[in-house]
Design a protein around this ligand. Structure first.
Ligand SMILES: Nc1ncnc2c1ncn2[C@@H]1O[C@H](COP(=O)(O)OP(=O)(O)OP(=O)(O)O)[C@@H](O)[C@H]1O
Ligand SMILES: [Mg+2]
Length: 314
């Protein structure tokens, strides 16, 4: 099968709810086999966008092509290609895990002869270890999310849309989920995953899209976003002995290559021009500032998020 290089092409998509523009003229591409992290404040439009990709809601204008197929004009064919894991969990009452997976397998039209093997495979892939006859209603959040993901994988979709899969998970379960997402990526899946847990996304994403108030604020690899965010990317955390903090801040702030120097108790957070790290360190040593720790940091996704979004609430 010939798979197009671009798995998802979002073309000027807008979606309104009465007066509210939930998704505002968003254009974005996701390359086949890559993972896109989708972030944005509450109400930014992430779920509304994912639902349109999943053919569950129709754009008011624009279109989305999934492997070249339109979500508006060819929704049935699109649905075969993708799996959508919603943020909220609804389930038919009283089902066991096995019944639940069988039920969704038949909804996804998995051939009866293959269903048992598919159920086995998705349980293994998602590390769903709860027994088959356990009631879905009684599952822990961790197993519930695994079951939801397992259900999304039943028809072996090439494209996965995961809306806040880590929501409510404890640190160990989040770690395991990151591992599962990496495994799925290594199987060649194209993945769009939304989350508010930025370090998790940073670890699994090839590129990141930031939305705010319906608009796409920025999109690119982390490397590109660091660049675009206007900072050179050099951030240094310097810990000095307590009485030297103010003196060190004065020295650093008066240096031409330092853009900002923030004092946080005994630590200085310095943003400076690329390549100035050694020079600043030597300067502090020459000025006899007792340095306890000197660590170069790059901007992380949280820094970029805070810089890119204004904190508007819709
Ligand atoms: N069915 C709907 N009817 C009316 N308004 C809606 C509907 N769905 C979403 N909205 C509104 O659209 C905007 C975007 O919501 P959406 O759920 O897409 O944001 P989100 O980025 O997923 O937020 P969160 O991080 O809280 O999940 C919000 O203002 C929301 O209230
Ligand atoms: Mg949402």
């Amino acid at each position: 099968m010939n798979v197009p290089a671009t798995a998802i092409q979002i073309q000027n998509v807008t979606r309104c709810f009465d007066e509210l523009i939930a998704v505002d003229d968003v254009s974005l591409q996701v390359q086949t086999g890559t993972t896109l992290g989708l972030i944005g404040p509450n109400g930014a439009g992430k779920t509304s966008l994912l639902r349109m990709l999943a053919t569950l809601s129709i754009p008011d204008s624009g279109d989305v092509l999934i492997q070249g197929l339109s979500v508006i004009h060819q929704p049935r064919m699109v649905r075969r290609l993708l799996g959508f894991m919603p943020a909220e969990f609804g389930y038919p009452r009283g089902l066991t895990i096995h019944e639940y997976l069988e039920y969704f397998g038949s909804l996804y039209q998995v051939p009866a002869a293959e269903l048992a093997r598919r159920i086995h495979d998705v349980k293994e892939l998602t590390e769903l270890t709860a027994r088959d006859n356990v009631a879905v209603r009684g599952l822990s959040t961790g197993n519930r999310q695994r079951l939801l993901l397992a259900r999304t994988l039943l028809h072996d979709p090439q494209i996965l849309l995961l809306d806040e899969p880590a929501s409510g998970l404890d640190p160990r379960a989040r770690n395991e989920l990151r591992g599962i997402i990496r495994t799925l990526a290594s199987l060649g899946k194209t993945i769009v995953v939304s989350s508010h847990i930025l370090p998790d996304l940073e670890e699994v994403s090839d590129s990141v899209a930031i939305m705010e108030a319906g608009r796409l604020v920025t999109h690119g690899s982390l490397e590109q976003l660091r660049h675009v965010s206007g900072e050179t990317g050099l951030q240094i955390r310097i810990r000095v002995s307590g009485e030297s903090v103010d003196g060190a801040a004065v020295i650093l702030r008066s240096h031409s290559r330092v853009m900002s120097c923030e004092v946080r108790s005994a630590e200085l957070i310095v943003r400076a021009e690329d390549g100035s790290g050694n020079e600043l360190l030597q300067l502090l040593i020459a000025e006899q500032i007792p340095i306890i720790e000197y660590a170069r940091e790059t901007l992380d996704l949280e820094d970029i998020f805070m810089q890119s979004t204004a904190g508007r609430v819709t």
